[in-house]
Design a protein around this ligand. Structure first.
Ligand code: SER
Length: 629
């Protein structure tokens, strides 16, 4: 199916069921200071979800253009984009779980024709401390819907170790099955609406995971595991809570907020796991092939290392499409706010264009294709075409100048220093805006490898300086002092040390947030961890847990602490403690870290340590989520 057919079928389906269809809102949110972009269909609906009556009634539906700047580094695999269209339907205190689940099942299987055998769903497993129940109600509605198609849908708890367990309905916790604009309940500000959700996944088949190069090859599959086999195509949020000072209260209405990935549903309807193969992206793809004289190779492999040119094609297609829509909604590439992202998108597109050998300016040519492709649904693109194309060309030219200047400075450094050090690369990046990847490529041409650890150290130091004094720096930390949270806190110190052992001393903590279920640790490191490194880190932590190491603290002055090799944030965080600081030791020498505590007294209390996820959270910063089992 074509994207426009899926969109039409969806809007017709909900119109027939009493919904008023509203046009897409701007990508730049109005009256919403909390966010730079419209990143989900519900954003323009917030006042109505909070209880204000909608002028068009209680049933609303739309297809909303969305931009998610936080996904910029994820683009390159077969499913992530920064720009996408989100199909949406809302019940504002009207229908609830029963109708929503029945209708979604009907829409996906009957209207779109998806095989119910390949449809899988998730629900919220409940959380006692939040006072929110396990969503067995949704499970019953899903079971009934599947039974109508002759399928006995088995419900099971998510298990990383056991994988699918012949289940079709999976219970996950709030990390996966809770939705609010700010994510999990802990992160929600007071007054924010949110609720448990029930997501739908399409199964592209086991062979994807079994691809010989897949990093997931030997892991049991579960629907959220990101191996490429399952694709989330839609999310029913049962928006019925509002965050308060002490927990949650129910909203005046029980609302439904459905969001469906239009591109993803289209890809599922064609049974192609690569969303970049849907019809609307084809003209861009063909043009890029022509300009680069290379072929787009739709690989089923999600492993970054093997993506090569494919990644570049995808980045360009996504970024130019996104920036066309952004400029048409009023953004001008610049150094701040929304303009910063527009600039970043164009610069990345140009860089990736160079990678696939495009020799001339190309952004406005690709931009024009976006305008033509989308004009029927979004006529404002054509009205803005002149501005859009001019801004694209202007920014591309500016960047090319930056590149020329950077290349000049690169050569200067090289002749003065006889090589390009990590520091030089950092200066090129911060002072001249010259991307690290290009410095690396040029250095390689001269037979030299850039020391990325030095670059990361410089970058951490820089970030440290620019963040100093900001209250945000030390926000987060421990959600509570429950036994489980304290254990995870000790595990966080062990993880920090293990990362330094495996990756090097450039690793510094950049953020930490611990709840009783998982730890989240941000640290400086320039690149994705390999499977091997993740395993090594896990085993160092687990081996040391098994050594039954004593955990104790000493009050030291700053100098002593540094001499004894303690790591941690010294100056600002502990300034208020005068020059005396608390250093926690795990074993005699395994880990020494400046910290206020609390911790367990012996590592034997921890159990087994498991890394759940490793991802990027910005340039030079990685994030690990881990738990104890
Ligand atoms: N708000 C939910 C999401 O963005 C569903 O619309 O996924």
């Amino acid at each position: 199916m074509k994207l426009s057919e899926v969109r039409k079928k969806y809007l017709d389906f909900f119109e027939k069921r009493g919904h008023k269809i509203v046009p897409a809102a701007s990508l730049l949110p109005e009256n919403d200071p909390t966010t730079l972009f419209t990143g989900s269909g519900m954003q323009p609906m917030v006042p109505f979800l909070l209880g204000q009556p909608h002028p068009l009634g209680k049933r609303i539906s739309d297809s909303q253009t969305c931009f998610r700047s936080q996904d910029i580094d994820e683009v390159g695999d077969n499913r992530h984009t920064t720009f996408f269209e989100m199909l949406g339907n809302w019940s504002l205190g009207d229908y609830f779980k029963k109708e929503q689940i029945e209708w979604m099942f009907e829409f996906l299987t009957k209207e779109i024709g998806l095989d119910p055998e390949k449809l899988f769903v998730t629900v919220f497993c409940g959380n006692e401390s939040l006072g929110i129940q396990r969503d067995s109600e949704s499970v019953e509605f899903w079971k009934k819907a599947f039974l109508g198609a002759g399928i006995d849908a088995v419900d099971v708890d998510f298990s990383e170790r056991d994988g699918l367990q012949n289940g079709r309905i999976f219970y996950y916790d709030e990390e996966k099955n809770w939705w609010s604009r700010s994510g999990v309940p802990d992160n929600m500000p007071v007054g924010e609406p949110g609720g448990p959700d029930s997501e739908m996944f399409w199964d592209f088949g086991e062979e994807l995971k079994l691809h010989e190069n897949s990093q997931f090859k030997n892991q049991p599959c579960h629907v959220n595991c990101d191996c490429g086999r399952f694709l989330e195509i839609g999310n029913n949020v049962f928006m019925q809570y509002k965050k308060t000072e002490t927990g949650f209260e129910t909203l005046p209405n029980k609302n439904v907020d459905f969001g469906g990935g239009l591109e993803r549903i289209t890809a599922a309807s064609n049974n192609t796991p690569d969303i970049f193969l849907i019809d609307v992206l084809e003209p861009m793809r063909l043009k890029l092939e022509e300009l680069s004289k290379r072929r787009y190779n739709s690989t089923t492999n999600n492993n970054e290392v093997f993506l090569g040119d494919t990644r570049a094609f995808r980045v360009i297609m996504d970024h130019i499409r996104a920036v066309v829509f952004l400029i048409a909604d009023g953004v001008t590439p610049s150094n701040k706010d929304q303009g910063y992202f527009a600039r970043r998108l164009i610069r990345r597109a140009v860089r990736f264009g160079k990678k696939i050998g495009i020799q001339k300016t190309f952004c406005s040519e690709i931009g024009q294709i976006v305008v033509q492709t989308y004009n029927a649904q979004y006529p404002h693109l054509e009205k803005q075409q002149k501005t859009v194309l001019e801004k694209l060309l202007d920014e591309e030219n500016k960047f090319l100048k930056t590149l020329i200047k950077g290349e000049y400075e690169f050569e200067k450094f090289f002749s003065e220093h006889g090589k390009i050090s990590g520091q030089d690369a950092f200066v090129l990046y911060t002072t001249y805006g010259f991307p690290l990847e290009l410095t690396e490529e040029m250095a390689l041409e001269k037979g030299q490898v850039i020391d990325k650890k030095i670059f990361a150290e410089e970058s951490s130091h820089h970030q440290e300086l620019s963040r100093a004094g900001s209250a945000e720096k030390f926000a987060g930390g421990l959600a509570d002092h429950s036994e489980k949270t304290v254990k995870l806190h000790t595990a966080t110190h062990m993880l920090n040390q293990a990362l330094r052992t495996v990756l090097g001393d450039h690793v510094f903590q950049r953020g930490s947030n611990i709840t009783h279920e998982r730890l989240r640790f941000d640290f400086s490191h320039p690149e994705r961890l390999t499977d091997e490194q993740i395993k090594q880190v896990e085993s160092i932590v687990n081996e040391n847990i098994k050594k039954n190491l004593l955990v104790h603290f000493e009050i030291l002055n700053l100098d002593e602490a540094k001499k004894r090799g303690a790591i941690g944030v010294f100056e600002d965080k502990y300034a208020s403690l005068g020059d005396k600081i608390k250093v926690y030791f795990i074993g005699d020498s395994f880990s020494k870290e400046v910290c206020g505590g609390p911790h367990v007294s012996n590592t034997s209390e921890l159990g087994s340590f498991k890394i759940l996820k490793e991802e990027s959270v910005g340039s030079g910063i990685r994030r690990i989520k881990a738990s104890l089992i």
